[in-house]
Design a binder for this molecule. Sequence first.
Ligand SMILES: Cc1cn([C@H]2C[C@H](O)[C@@H](COP(=O)(O)OP(=O)(O)OP(=O)(O)O)O2)c(=O)[nH]c1=O
Length: 631
Amino acid sequence: MVLNPVLGKLVSKRVVLASASPRRQEILTNVGLRFEVVPSWFKETLEKSAFAAPYEYAVETAKQKALEVANRMHVKHLRTPDVVIGADTIVTVDEQILEKPVDKQDAYRMLSRLSGKEHSVFTGVAIIHCHSKDNHLETEITDFYEETKVKFSDLSEELLWEYIHSGEPMDKAGGYGIQALGGMLVEYVHGDFLNVVGFPLNHFCKKLAELYYPPPKHNVQHKKYDSIPSVDTFENLSDGESESSNFTEHKGASKLDSSGMCSSGAIYKSESSSSVRTGFIVPLENQNGVLKSAAKVPSKILDLMDGFRASKALFVASKLKMFDHLRAKGPLKAVDIANEVGTSVCGTERLLDACAALGLLEKTPQGYSNTDSANTYLTSDGEYSLHGYIIHSNDHLWPLFTNLESAVKEGSRQNHRAFGKKEEDLFKDYYQSQEVKQRFMAAMHSIAHLTARDVATAFDLSQFKSACDLGGCTGALAHELVQIYPNLKVTVFDLPEVIANTSYFQPSGQHTAPVTFVSGDFFKDNLPEADLYILSRVLHDWPDEKVHVLLSKISAVCKPGCGILLAEMVLDDEKKIRSTALLQSLNMLVQTEGKERSGSEYQHLLEQHGFTNVKIRLTGNLLDAILCVKT
Ligand SMILES: Cc1cn([C@H]2C[C@H](O)[C@@H](COP(=O)(O)OP(=O)(O)OP(=O)(O)O)O2)c(=O)[nH]c1=O
């Protein structure tokens, strides 16, 4: 059974798991799926009696969880995901639905009902494909459920209470976790074990196979997949979006010669049906209607091998301001863009084609034009422009990353190798020349502006009357905060060379909100007074010793009840799931003495300085938020 091609269909898509369940995250991570986690805010309060069968309740809840996230991401983050996955697990016994226990007594009630009996565990799953059309969210929903039967032994009172006191039951449907201590209560399991743990992986893969490789009409034999089909039973690879990834897979596996014959022996044809992009190459069927393609393609590894090419294509198109030209004058032919930006026609055409295949541009007979997201994120003055960060990535991070090997060997930053400097002070590098400083500030502004709303609304901050954003740079977060909390006064505190250059980044046409800029060095100078200190992408620049210096300084001026709001990429505690944040930590290695940290590492640092009640919110955006209060 070849699983890769099924999950491989999701490789090129932005996949979001709308669930806080660590079990679900682990199940999907373990099979190599790359996804973001955006826990759903949908409250599990649907009227159970309104559903004819318990599984209908689970499916509807899964659907609502996923839809809430799809809508929120579309509206709030302007980042429509391609696929959102939601799930809901319930336990049913004697026609009663059991969800997670609310307290220990509730856990006791649930577990005593399950004692000595067989019960069912249902997980409802919703797979939502999203498209943004004219700024409206369009969704295609696929849902299903899986049932597993579980029988418990007779449980003594003593065993029950010992289990309850272990704390394990509290965040689990039916009040037990079969994967851990709860496994000791179980006599037998009939069905998919992972379904009990929260995600029916096998059924999920079958659904993906049905979705992405619909069975051929002429071949009844293949109409139903009783198992996940291996690639040599896939007969239709013509699903619009992921053509490019298919193409990459086959291209990587075998070379075409001029006759269309692959070196591996598979024959390819050029498909021109209306549902398929012209020129897309699909494998031919043999006489039995079975594909002859190379089955085992490590598509994830191939994508990673190619990752730098895609990044560089994006960087160069941005640097040449192609997205700006296309927004102003598109659709344009390659020759016109080449003339506009002064590049070769053949090189420009290849770059534009690559960008179109990567989904950044649209290519029609009229020429190339920007996609909606290129207009929003890639033009230099788009509403949520990432242009600044892209240029910083090209000019600054790229040379540093080419020295990653040395950074890993030496365990230290590589500015000297990349830029020939032995500068000890991190920010002196950035502020040495006006050009580099502005590039760096534009990069920081890009990310701060993109994430500001999610950071500002991650917690209710209305109890704070004054805030000081330490290292707040251009004030992007400060401006968002004063919009959301009209009674809040925000001071942006940053180095004099930064503060002197903030005017270019101030929002235009906005009534002057109470944001004040103060220059200083938070390690050396007195901090402005405030109820709330904000550190956004600051602590990750520094090693623990420096973090302690800064936190103790803040703690010294904080009265009880005052708080700290951190905005950082938060790693999962085991440091194995959040690849974007883990790569960001490598990014810190090549250029700073800092690193990304997990939620519990931040909590530990903060608690040592008297900041307690540490709350962590994963926002689903590039920065997460942590709030704590001085006690
Ligand atoms: C029965 C059983 C459930 N569970 C878990 C799976 C689910 O995480 C949880 C059921 O609650 P759910 O409401 O399905 O999920 P959740 O609250 O954990 O996450 P979210 O709503 O954000 O998706 O119970 C186990 O881990 N082991 C078990 O044996």
